[in-house]
Design a protein around this ligand. Structure first.
Ligand SMILES: *Cc1c(COP(=O)(O)O)cnc(C)c1O
Length: 361
């Protein structure tokens, strides 16, 4: 009997590291330091060095990271932030949480990232920032998006290790949710900053708006990366480049095996780290059940894009207002992908897709 194939096999990635993780966990237990302290500081230093940024600040999760970045940049009521609608809900939710207004721009149908031309058309005197999401691990067009002269915030939750990520935007945010390319064994997040003053505000905002735990200068929040998670992340970070290379090899293997004419493969790009391997097909509805029948997981992302979500109805977007976003929402299909997926697994996936779309083996 064939084993079932998950969409992401997190455990396959960390299983060989369990002895090392146990050792690191024991050392945190031994230290008795669970909040801030040396593990968090060391991870922040190592992450900053890896990304090539001056400041990396651990927070509780990727959603808090977004809210804190916006607040550190003093973006709030009356301000507009341009972002995509084809992304995880937290991207826009954080903008609303900060008191500002999300303005949705359409995506480029090839890269699935913000379309700079459509962004340009939505800039108003109230626009305070552009929130670029590196969707599915593919770097967003930061050069084009920076050319508007507005601050760029990078939602890099899906793109730790992707080329150039975090080195252009004034703030960038990451999530260490267990399925992300760099992950913790629970929740975790990171804000990186290029500016010393902004970094200082991020540090304060994650701890109740205080520098010294005595004087409270801002209304912040309690959003900390746990020492235990920082210790786990320090085991994973040195493995990330290998895992991302494994994802790129797996993407090349999918492309080489061929899925049939009615399935459009994701366009490659050198810095793409394939957080998800997302194909596009107008015949999606016929493919997913055949995969499920073969014990293979697949998923469709952002099927209701953010501009059509009930919580954001107050923004007044109608169906049809973001045509490329809506088409991708209707046609995307993510196939199994992780840092050490095997070619045997990929061959089974490809065979099932080809069966579904009627391509002879
Ligand atoms: C995962 C994700 C987030 C949120 O991260 P959490 O750690 O789950 O809060 C935000 N934006 C994008 C694009 C994500 O993929």
């Amino acid at each position: 009997m064939n084993q079932s194939i998950p969409l992401v096999d997190v455990k396959a990635q960390y299983a060989p590291l369990i002895p090392e993780l146990e050792e690191r966990f024991s050392s945190v237990l031994e230290s008795g330091r669970f909040i801030f302290g040396p593990e968090v500081e060391a991870f922040e230093r190592e992450a900053a060095a890896f990304l090539g940024v001056p400041h990396a600040i651990g927070v509780a999760n990727g959603t808090d990271a977004l809210v804190i970045a916006l607040e550190a940049l003093e973006i709030g009521p009356g301000d507009e932030v341009i972002c995509p609608a084809f992304t995880f809900y937290a991207t826009a939710e954080a903008i609303v949480r900060a008191g500002a207004t999300p303005v949705f721009a359409d995506i480029d149908p090839v890269t699935l990232n913000l379309d700079p031309e459509d962004v340009a058309a939505r800039i108003t005197p109230r626009t305070k920032a552009i929130m670029a999401v590196h969707l599915f691990g593919r770097p967003a067009p930061l050069k084009e998006l920076s050319a508007f002269g507005l601050p760029v915030i990078e939602d890099a939750a899906q793109a730790f290790g992707a080329e150039g990520v975090a080195t252009t935007g004034i703030c960038s945010t990451f999530s260490f949710f267990p399925t992300k390319n760099l992950f913790a064994l629970g929740d975790g997040g990171l804000v990186t900053c290029l500016d010393d003053g902004v970094a200082e505000r991020v540090r304060m905002l994650r701890f109740h708006g205080s520098r010294d735990k005595t004087t409270f200068e801002l209304v912040g929040m309690n959003s900390r990366l746990d020492a235990v998670q920082a210790a786990m992340l320090r085991v994973f970070l040195p493995r990330l480049t290998g895992w991302n290379a494994g994802r790129r090899e797996a993407a090349a293997r999918y492309a080489g095996l061929g899925l049939g004419e009615s399935v459009e493969l994701p366009a490659d790009e050198p810095g793409h780290v394939y957080h998800m391997y997302v194909v596009r097909s107008s015949r999606r509805a016929g493919i997913a059940p055949v995969l499920a029948e073969a014990g293979i997981a697949s998923a469709s992302y952002y099927v209701t894009p953010l501009h059509l979500q009930p919580a954001l109805a107050f923004l007044g977007y109608e169906r049809g207002s973001l045509p490329e976003t809506e088409r991708m929402a209707a046609e995307n299909l993510a196939l199994p992908m992780w840092g050490c997926i095997g070619s045997d697994v990929q061959e089974r996936v490809v065979e099932a897709v080809r069966t579904a779309v009627g391509v002879p083996a």
